[in-house]
Ligand binder design. Structure first.
Ligand code: SF4
Length: 271
């Protein structure tokens, strides 16, 4: 398939391999309203957001436990939470089951590729709660780095991104490129944007913790990868915020790259 500019894609064409935050809309604004309302409701019921976040993280770690909750109904608190998330968010994860059924045996061991539908829902909430808990600390951090996925670039351009201090940096060769758009906005807010190709994120975080150098991180990635990166930042006590790609459309999922996008309103709201 020849990649088309994003604005030419109909909502039916903006499919992700497993999820799409634009499933029924021309953009992902409705998704962000839905997840914000859901988080508001849950925070009202569980005023300690940190505890709620820990509970969600723990819950999403065991697919077997979640399966049992789903099978046994929603009598427990955790079962009710999983059922509520499914009611509100299943519209964005309609392709997960068919993807899982088609996975090769060897890929079933890949935690990212084998993410279950319930895990997607818990991850969506986890990202929202993490953003709420850490956006103030992120904003007051210095330096602030952002890591963008290379699949967000204009696939029809001859990308001129160049290696700089810790990773590749966009050179702004085309106005059609979403990495270019996001990089400009990030720079305006004092965040250094990198295209994540080779940076040793763990080493960077370990060093930041050791040196206490005030680093804050913003991540953009598909949902399972974003959650993994955000958890790693928090493990090293580095404040982190993140925006998921609108869908998972890269070669890891499809075998080839398709144009992708990130919600710029959401990105700006975190800066
Ligand atoms: S605008 Fe930046 S990321 Fe996009 S293709 Fe050009 S150099 Fe690469």
């Amino acid at each position: 398939m020849v990649p088309e500019p994003l604005q030419n894609l109909t909502r039916e064409e903006f499919q992700g391999k497993t999820y799409s935050l634009r499933m029924h809309e021309p953009d992902s604004d409705v998704f962000y309203r839905t997840i914000a309302e859901l988080a508001d409701r849950l925070v009202q019921q569980h005023p300690d957001s940190r505890q709620l976040l820990t509970r969600i993280q723990r819950l999403s770690r065991s697919k077997r436990f979640i399966r049992r909750l789903v099978r046994d109904g929603s009598d427990s608190h955790d079962g009710a939470l999983v059922a509520t998330l499914k009611d509100e968010l299943a519209a964005y994860t309609t392709n997960v089951q068919s993807h899982l059924r088609g996975l090769r045996l060897i890929d079933r061991w890949d935690r990212t590729l084998a993410t279950s539908e319930e895990q997607y829902h818990l991850y969506m909430l986890e990202i929202e709660l993490t953003n709420r808990l850490y956006s103030d600390r992120f904003r007051s951090s210095s330096p602030k780095f952002a890591f963008l996925p290379h699949c967000l670039r204009d696939l029809s351009a001859d990308c001129r991104a160049a290696q700089r201090d810790i990773d590749f940096v966009c050179k702004g060769c085309t106005d059609e490129c979403n990495v270019n758009h996001a990089s400009k906005v990030l720079r305006l807010h004092g965040v250094k944007p990198y295209i994540w190709m080779s940076a040793d994120l763990r080493g960077l975080l370990r060093n930041a913790k050791k040196e206490g150098d005030g680093l804050g991180v913003l991540g953009i990635a598909c949902i399972p990868e974003l959650v993994r990166g955000m958890r790693m930042c928090l493990k090293f006590d580095v404040p982190v915020v993140g925006v998921p790609l609108d869908a998972n459309r890269c070669a890891r999922w499809w075998g080839e790259f398709y144009p992708n996008a990130v919600n710029m309103n959401k990105l700006e709201s975190l800066l």
